[in-house]
Ligand binder design. Structure first.
Ligand code: MG
Ligand code: MG
Ligand code: MG
Length: 306
C-alpha cells in the first residue's frame, strides 16, 4: 500500500513540488510513495513542472483507508475531506500548527522557515539521499515562490542557503532571474475570470468558530489588477455567501512595492480593522510591508477573533 504525499487544497507550487520531492525521497529510502494533489495546477506551478520535465501528480481527492504524508499544512480545512478516515504517517510543514490529529504515532518535520521544500531538503540531508537535478530545480522554484524571492518576512537564512545549494545541484546560475520569470507568469491575469483569480491561492481558516477565507494574488505590478478589481470585490462577496463564511479577505500583493491592498467583505468589518489597526475605506486598505498571509495577515486576525 503506497504512502500518498499530498499538499493542501488549491495546491500551490510548494504543495505540488513538495509532494513530488518527498515521494522521490521516500522511494529512495525504501518506502513506496506516490505524489498526489487535491486540485488543479496554478499557471506558476504548470510553468515549473514544464520547465523541469515533470508531469502533474495524480489528482486524488479521497484518502479513506490510505496512508498519507501531509505536505505544507496541518489544518483540517485545507486537508482532504475524508482525512479522518486515513492514516497520517507524517507531516512536513512550515505553518502554524493546525488541528489535524492522529490515532497513531507519526513523523513530524515542522520548522519555522519560508517553505516546506526547505524542510524537505533537510530531510534529504538527514537521510543522506542525493537530490536529482530536476527535483532540485522544482524545489528551488517552490522556495523562491513561497519566500517571494527572499523578500517575504517568512524567509530565513535556511531558505537562502537551501536555494543556493539547490541552484548548484540544478546548475542554475541566475536563480533570481528564474524567480522573476515565475512571478511574471503569476502576474499574467488578463482574461482570467474573477472567480479563478480569487481561488488561485485561497485558504479557509477556522477563527474561534468563524469560517474565514483568505485569498492572495501576488503580482509584479498592482496596476494589472485595476480593471478587474470591481469584479474581484463582487466575487469575494459571492464566495462569502456561498460558503457561509464570516469573512472573505483578498490580498492583492505588489511584490515590487512590497505591500498589499486588502479587500474585505465581512459580517463584522470592525474585527478586521482592529486586527490591522487601520480603517477600511469602501472595504479596502493598503497594508504597507505586508507580503505574507501566514505571518502578517492570519495571526493578527486570529487574535482579533479570540
Ligand atoms: Mg502552500
Ligand atoms: Mg508553503
Ligand atoms: Mg504563498
Amino acid at each position: 500500500m503506497p504512502i500518498y504525499c499530498v499538499g493542501h487544497k488549491i495546491p500551490d507550487s510548494d504543495s505540488i513540488c513538495g509532494a513530488i520531492a518527498l515521494a522521490y525521497l521516500k522511494n529512495q529510502i525504501g518506502e513506496d510513495a506516490v505524489a498526489a494533489r487535491l486540485g488543479e495546477l496554478s499557471p506558476e506551478t504548470a510553468f515549473i513542472l514544464e520547465k523541469f520535465g515533470f508531469e502533474a501528480p495524480e489528482l486524488k481527492l479521497s484518502y479513506a483507508g490510505e496512508q498519507v504524508y501531509i505536505v505544507d499544512h496541518s489544518e483540517v480545512t485545507q486537508a482532504p475531506d475524508d482525512i479522518a478516515e486515513a492514516t497520517i504517517v507524517g507531516i512536513v510543514d512550515h505553518h502554524k500548527l493546525g488541528d489535524l490529529t492522529t490515532s497513531t504515532p507519526l513523523e513530524c518535520w515542522i520548522r519555522p522557515v519560508g517553505c516546506s521544500n526547505t524542510v524537505i531538503k533537510m530531510m534529504y540531508d538527514f537521510h543522506g539521499v542525493e537530490i536529482p537535478k530536476n527535483i532540485a530545480g522544482i524545489m528551488l522554484c517552490a522556495i523562491l515562490s513561497d519566500t517571494v524571492i527572499f523578500k517575504s518576512p517568512t524567509c530565513t537564512t535556511a531558505d537562502i542557503r537551501c536555494v543556493e545549494a539547490l541552484a548548484e545541484i540544478a546548475g542554475i546560475e541566475d536563480f533570481k532571474g528564474l524567480g522573476m520569470e515565475m512571478f511574471k507568469v503569476k502576474s499574467a491575469v488578463e482574461g482570467t475570470p474573477a472567480r479563478d483569480l480569487v481561488l488561485r491561492d485561497f485558504k479557509d481558516f477556522d477563527m474561534n468558530g468563524n469560517l474565514v477565507g483568505i485569498g492572495q494574488l501576488e503580482v509584479i505590478d498592482l496596476s494589472v489588477l485595476d480593471a478587474i478589481k470591481p469584479a474581484l470585490v463582487e466575487d469575494i462577496a459571492k464566495l462569502k455567501a456561498e460558503g457561509k463564511r464570516h469573512s472573505v479577505l483578498l490580498l492583492l500583493t505588489d511584490i515590487m512595492k512590497e505591500g498589499s491592498e486588502l479587500l474585505v467583505v465581512s459580517d463584522d468589518t470592525a474585527v478586521v480593522e482592529r486586527a490591522y489597526g487601520q480603517n477600511l475605506a469602501q472595504g479596502k486598505v493598503w497594508l504597507d510591508g505586508v507580503l505574507s498571509r501566514k505571518k502578517q495577515v492570519v495571526p493578527p486576525l486570529q487574535e482579533a477573533f479570540a
